[in-house]
Design a protein around this ligand. Structure first.
Ligand code: ZN
Length: 508
C-alpha cells in the first residue's frame, strides 16, 4: 500500500532525530576509544548541543501533531502502528519531566560523579552522602512527574524495563534468593579448582586476536562493526549497519578480555539483527535493557562458558598460548573459567553469585527511593546484606557501598535489568535447546548459525516493536521465572562441584 504523506512527514522528522542521536553516539564512542584528553571540554559541549536539539525535536508540539496526523490515517502498516505507539510513549514520558528538572538532575549527577570518585579513592562515604541525598530527592521528584501506580520506584524502573513493575522484580528476587543462597553456600564449602594459570601472562595482542576470531565466528559481522579498546567495555549502534564493540585487555588475566568481548558481541548481535526497515526510527534498538543483557549473557555464559564450546576452541587457544596452557587440559580449563567464589566486587563476580550482588542493590535502592532507608544508614545496610547473601564483609566502603558508579549518575532502577537479563537468557537458551536439534553438539562443532537464526527470528528482528515480556512469552511459552536459570545452575555447578544433596543440588 502507498505510504500516506502524513506518515512520510513523521518519518522525516524521526529520521532527523535518529541522525542527531547517531552523531552523538559516534562522538561518545570516539571519546571512549580515540579522543585525546584535551578534547574533553569541547566534546562535552558538542554532546550537550546534539542531545538537546534531539530532545527538543522529540518533545516538540510539532512532533505530537505529526504523530496525531499519521495516527488518523485509515490504513497503516503494522510497523507504522508500532512506530506511532512506541514514539508516543517516548514523547509522553519525556514531556512529563520538566526541562528544568532534567537540567537539575544533569547538574547534580555531574557533581555527584566527581564526589563519588573522590569518596571511593579516599574510602570516605561522607563525601558522597550529601550528593546521593540530593539525587534521591530529584529522582523522587522525577518519579512524581512521570507518575506511577504503586510506588515511585516503578516510574524509574520503567525507563529501563518498560512494563515491568517493582513488585514483579521483588517477587522474582524472593523466589531466587530462597533457592540460590543454599547453592552458593554449598559451593563455598566445597573444594575449589585451580585457576592460578588464568592469571599468568597472556600476550595482549594474541588475546585480542583470539577474541576477534571467536566474535566473528559466532556471527558478529565485522563488515558492519568493529572492535576497539576502551577502559570500560561497551557496545554502541549508529545504525543497523554499523554496530561497534570495545574490550579491554588485562595481560595477566585471560577472562577479562575474552569474556568481555563475547559479552559485548552478544549485545551487538542483537542490534545487527534488527529489521533494516526499522533503521533511523525509535524502533531500531533493543526493546529493554533486560532483554539486551539477556543477549550478552546468553553468548558469554550459556555458550562461551559451556563445555562443548571449549571442546571446539580449546585446542586453538592452547596452541595460541602454549607457554601458559601447554600442560592444562580442557577439563581443568573449563573448571577454572567457571570457578564460583563469593566476592566483594560485583563486576568481578562469577555467574552464580552475580545475582546476589544485584538483589542487594535492588532492595537497597528501592528502600532509598521510598524513604524506608536513610543515606546515613546505607553503608551499614550494605554490609549486613553482603554478610547475609554472600557470607562476606567488605573491610571498607570503597570495596562495599561505593564500588558502583550507577547511583552517582542517578540511575536508580537500572540494576534489576542485569538480573532480569540473566534470567531471560536462561529461559531463552532452554527454549532454543528444545527447538534446535543437537544444539550442544553444534556448538561443540563450532556451528552457531542455528542458534543465531533462532534469536534473530524470535527476538532481534523486532527491535522495540514488542515488549520484552511479550517476546519472551511468545518464544519460550511462559512468563519470566527463575526456574530455567536455577535448573541451569544446578545442572552445571552440580557437575563442577561436589555438592551435598541437602541443597537439592544433584549431579545430572
Ligand atoms: Zn551487558
Amino acid at each position: 500500500m502507498p505510504v500516506p504523506a502524513s506518515v512520510d512527514k513523521l518519518l522525516d522528522h524521526l529520521h532527523r532525530i535518529a541522525d542527531l542521536n547517531a552523531a552523538a553516539s559516534v562522538l561518545e564512542w570516539d571519546q571512549e576509544t580515540h579522543m585525546p584528553s584535551g578534547g574533553l571540554e569541547a566534546r562535552v559541549q558538542q554532546l550537550r548541543t546534539l542531545r538537546s536539539i534531539s530532545h527538543d525535536l522529540l518533545t516538540s508540539d510539532a512532533c505530537v501533531e505529526l504523530l496525531e496526523q499519521a495516527d488518523a490515517e485509515e490504513e497503516l502498516s503494522a510497523i507504522t502502528q508500532d512506530l506511532i505507539r512506541v514514539t508516543r510513549r517516548d514523547v509522553d514520558r519525556a514531556r512529563r519531566v520538566p526541562t528544568d528538572l532534567v537540567e537539575r538532575i544533569t547538574e547534580a549527577s555531574a557533581h555527584a560523579k566527581e564526589a563519588w570518585r573522590s569518596a571511593r579513592t579516599h574510602d570516605d562515604f561522607g563525601q558522597f552522602a550529601p550528593h546521593l541525598e540530593r539525587l534521591l530527592v530529584l529522582s523522587r521528584e522525577k518519579a512524581e512527574a512521570i507518575g506511577y501506580e504503586k510506588e515511585p520506584y516503578d516510574a524509574l524502573l520503567e525507563e529501563y524495563e518498560p512494563r515491568m513493575t517493582t513488585e514483579e522484580v521483588a517477587a522474582l528476587c524472593t523466589d531466587l534468593r530462597e533457592r540460590l543462597i543454599p547453592i552458593v553456600s554449598a559451593i563455598a564449602d566445597s573444594s575449589q579448582p585451580d585457576d592460578d594459570f588464568l592469571h599468568r601472562r597472556f600476550d595482549p595482542s594474541k588475546q585480542l586476536q583470539f577474541g576477534r576470531t571467536v566474535a566473528s565466528e559466532i556471527g558478529y559481522d565485522f563488515d558492519h562493526g568493529r572492535l576497539d579498546l576502551s577502559t570500560h567495555p561497551f557496545s554502541t549502534a549508529f545504525s543497523v549497519g554499523d554496530v561497534r564493540i570495545t574490550t579491554r585487555v588485562a595481560p595477566d588475566h585471560f577472562s577479562t578480555s575474552f569474556f568481555g568481548t563475547l559479552h559485548e558481541a552478544g549485545h551487538a548481535l542483537y542490534e545487527q539483527g534488527i529489521d533494516k526497515k526499522l533503521d533511523r526510527t525509535p524502533l531500531a534498538s533493543g526493546t529493554s535493557l533486560g532483554m539486551h543483557e539477556s543477549q550478552s549473557r546468553l553468548w558469554e555464559n550459556h555458550v562461551g562458558r559451556s563445555f562443548p564450546f571449549w571442546q571446539h576452541y580449546y585446542p586453538e587457544l592452547q596452541s595460541t598460548f602454549r607457554d601458559v596452557l601447554g600442560t592444562i587440559d580442557v577439563d581443568a580449563f573449563y573448571a577454572a573459567i567457571n570457578k564460583v567464589q563469593p566476592s566483594l566486587i560485583r563486576v568481578e563476580a562469577d555467574e552464580v553469585t552475580y545475582n546476589l550482588h544485584i538483589m542487594l542493590r535492588f532492595e537497597l535502592e528501592r528502600q532509598l527511593i521510598d524513604g524506608n532507608l536513610s543515606v546515613e544508614d546505607l553503608p551499614e545496610a550494605w554490609n549486613a546484606g553482603m554478610e547475609e547473601y554472600l557470607g562476606i564483609l567488605p573491610s571498607n566502603d570503597a570495596e562495599g557501598v561505593l564500588q558502583d558508579i550507577h547511583w552517582s549518575l542517578g540511575a536508580f532502577g537500572y540494576f534489576p535489568t542485569y538480573l532480569l537479563g540473566t534470567l531471560m537468557a536462561a529461559q531463552l537458551y532452554t527454549a532454543a535447546e528444545d527447538a534446535i536439534p543437537d544444539l550442544s553438539k553444534k556448538i561443540g562443532g563450532g556451528q552457531f548459525d542455528d542458534l543465531l537464526a533462532w534469536l534473530r527470528r524470535h527476538i532481534h528482528q523486532f527491535g522495540r516493536r514488542r515488549y520484552a515480556q511479550g517476546l519472551l512469552e511468545a518464544s519460550t511459552g511462559r512468563e519470566l521465572t527463575p526456574d530455567a536459570w536455577l535448573a541451569y545452575v544446578e545442572r552445571k555447578y552440580g557437575d563442577l562441584y561436589t555438592l551435598p544433596s541437602a541443597t537439592g543440588v544433584g549431579r545430572g
